[in-house]
Design a protein. Structure first.
Length: 107
């Protein structure tokens, strides 16, 4: 149980770190694309290059949403998995301790 507890924490922490890094990078791209498109409205109308900025903005937005979802989901997921294991571990320690004491009295 304890090894499983550590293993789950070990497997999920890198995903959390990656999601946090990706969120920062994506937020920078999102903000940069937003301000580029906001500042270039006149150029967009003149140059007819609006699809480029809208594609870039939409791509950054979709990546930001998925990374934000992962960042919110993984900590809860880890808690949902590890809390029952921790409670079960405490219960098993109590049961084994009581079982050990009962066996010791019988001998």
């Amino acid at each position: 149980m304890f090894i499983l507890y550590i293993l789950i924490g070990y497997l999920i922490n890198p995903a959390l770190r990656k999601a946090s890094r990706q969120k920062i990078v994506t937020r920078e791209r999102y903000t940069k694309g937003f301000f580029e498109s906001f500042q270039a409205i006149v150029d967009l109308k003149l140059g007819l290059s609006e699809p480029y900025f809208s594609r870039r903005f939409n791509r950054s937005t979709s990546i930001l949403r998925s990374q934000s979802l992962m960042r919110q989901f993984y900590p809860k997921y880890r808690g949902y998995l590890l809390s029952p294991f921790g409670i079960s571990m405490i219960f098993l320690i109590g049961v084994f301790h009581q079982f050990y004491l009962d066996n010791k009295k019988n001998y």
